[in-house]
Write a protein that binds this ligand. Structure first.
Ligand SMILES: *Cc1c(COP(=O)(O)O)cnc(C)c1O
Length: 425
């Protein structure tokens, strides 16, 4: 058997850093990354012969667990009829109708191939519709790797963003303004300074890329009001929260309807899909009917669409949200008790089936709070959990995801491993 170590040594010869997405590297936890051989239900198996209870779940898509038979069958069946046509199919309409019926803010929807494509396209559409150039994003929110989003707050009196990656031009970064999550005043201040210049505010309604941060009461309604008052669009990036927080995503859970919504992860059922949608009057500004251009050779791909339909159909039939929330609360409460008994400061933010244990006293309501977490402690915890067969995301600032495949005994195993791990602190 070729080991993960050997595969990594081989991978770095032909793939930058040995990985096709940098989050997969175990850099921030100082351990060797694992190459995966297969997965099923709540379990993932590496190339070294070990199995793990998975809390990453492909970073969010697998709310029904790995290799769910309904999804696997749908994909196999679709493949037999052809893998891509470059022409429309009836199944695309079916998936679009399902999305429109489930997500309150979506009247029309366009399918793309990733979350990144969805957010890039939504922002272009917002700019095209409003005739304005600037956007507001929040520090610590992630919207994929589009140039406009790889921006952090400028220093000092500067109100313009600065690139966080070489290759993003200053010009692009200057059109992205950065506000603080859960801080409406920081948003209002940007609108006051840039009247009639801001096309949209884009936000993860539940932040899931700086750990998990839940919106304060009033934050999302406040964004709705401020954007309306200023003629800007509100874009909810629900790539994680869509179909996870509730069947209609965070917008249904918190009863705030955005103008545009971006989706990804769960709607692909583990295949590469993204989508963006919103009011028909806005979506109709897209080509071919409108002037805002966006396209995709493989968009609405039959395999991905089949997986998406199987996923949403199963979620509708099983309605697992209440039981997922109970599991997730059980895990969060258990971890809180274990940490308290071990004398370890943690702040656990959990909503529906996503959670994060920050190694800091908390509360964690913003990026500024989140980065106070003890990443050294997290790295030790991560390693001890891995040694006991629990696969956690290799960064303090990622969410853990519970799926319908996680059983009561899986949760017990996670808690008992955490108890041992925290005894090492
Ligand atoms: C994962 C993610 C994206 C990017 O999606 P990709 O499919 O990785 O391009 C965008 N927004 C949010 C909130 C995400 O979590």
């Amino acid at each position: 058997m070729t080991t993960s170590k050997e595969l990594f040594a081989r991978a770095i010869q032909s793939i930058p850093g040995g990985v096709n997405s940098p989050v997969r590297a175990f850099k921030s936890v100082n351990s060797d990354l694992l190459f995966i051989r297969k997965a099923s239900g709540s379990r993932i198996y590496d190339c070294d012969g070990a199995g793990y209870i998975d809390l990453v779940m492909s970073w969010g898509p697998l709310i029904l667990g790995h290799a769910h038979p309904v999804i696997v069958n749908a994909v196999c069946k679709a493949a037999e009829s052809g893998t891509s046509f470059g022409a429309p199919t009836e199944k695309e309409i079916e998936l679009a109708e399902m999305i429109c019926s489930m997500v309150p803010g979506i009247e029309k929807v366009r399918l793309v191939n990733s979350g990144t494509e969805a957010t890039m396209s939504a922002v272009r559409l917002a700019r095209g519709v409003t005739g304005r150039d600037k956007i507001i994003k929040f520090e610590g929110c992630y919207h994929g790797h589009g140039d406009s989003f790889l921006v952090k707050a400028g220093s000092g009196a500067l109100t313009f963003g600065e690139p966080t990656s070489p290759g993003v031009t200053k010009g692009t970064a200057q059109d992205t303004l950065v506000a603080a999550y859960n801080d409406l005043q920081s948003v209002q201040a940007l609108f006051d300074r840039h009247p009639d210049e801001i096309a949209c505010v884009i936000v993860e309604p539940v932040a899931g890329n700086m750990g998990v941060i839940v919106p304060d009461d009033g934050f999302l309604p406040g964004l709705r009001r401020i954007t309306e008052d200023n003629g800007a669009l509100l874009v909810f990036d629900e790539v994680i929260s869509g179909f996870r927080i509730s069947p209609g995503g965070a917008q249904e859970y918190y009863s705030v309807t955005p103008d545009l919504t971006t989706l990804g992860k769960i709607i692909g059922g583990g295949l590469p899909v993204g989508a963006y949608g919103g009011k028909a009057s806005i979506m109709d500004c897209l080509a071919p009917d409108g002037p805002v251009y966006q396209a995709g050779t493989l968009s609405g791909n039959p395999l991905a669409v089949a997986a998406g339909i199987a996923m949403l159909d199963t979620l509708k039939k099983e309605n697992p949200y209440a039981s997922l929330e109970i599991k997730s609360q059980k895990l969060a409460d258990g971890l809180r008790n274990i940490a308290r008994n071990a004398g370890v400061d943690v702040c656990i933010n959990a909503v529906a089936s996503m959670m994060c244990m920050f190694f800091t006293k908390g509360p964690v309501r913003s990026y500024e709070n989140a980065v106070k977490a003890d990443t050294g402690r997290f790295a030790r915890y991560h390693k001890k959990m891995l040694d006991q067969g629990i696969y956690c995301a290799p960064s303090q600032f990622e969410a853990s995801f519970i799926s319908t495949a996680h059983s009561g005994s899986d949760l017990d195993a996670i808690l008992s491993a955490a108890r041992k791990a925290m005894n090492y602190f």
